[in-house]
Design a protein around this ligand. Structure first.
Ligand SMILES: [Zn+2]
Length: 110
């Protein structure tokens, strides 16, 4: 899937802070590992920055998880060093993800 299609999809998502839709100009693709994409969005209306993790296949965005704050996002930037095994782990993790991102971050820091 093209980055532009992913950004377009993300503009259909509302900011979890204020409910405003994101704009494609405020969405940055940080990178992806296979079909797991990491994006940063900035909400101009409440001036918050969030990390979005999306599971994307060729045709479709399957799952989007938001809600990381900027500080948490900084911790997460090391994601560029993940191995294929970790991506597989992440995949199964996301499938059963319960919304507790602090647990995810603790896990990544080990
Ligand atoms: Zn907002």
């Amino acid at each position: 899937m093209e980055e532009s299609s992913i950004k377009k999809f993300l503009t259909s998502i509302k900011c979890s802070g204020c409910g405003q839709h994101y704009e494609s100009g405020n969405i940055d693709v940080l990178g992806h590992r296979e079909d797991l994409w990491f994006l940063s969005v900035f909400c101009p209306s409440c001036r918050a920055r969030y990390l979005i993790v999306a599971v994307v296949t060729r045709e479709k965005v399957w799952e989007v998880i938001t809600d990381l704050t900027e500080a948490e996002l900084d911790k997460f930037r090391g994601v560029g060093t993940v191995t294929a095994d970790e991506v597989v782990d992440m995949h199964s993790f996301l499938k059963s993800f319960d919304g507790d991102f602090s647990r995810l971050l603790d896990r990544k820091q080990v």
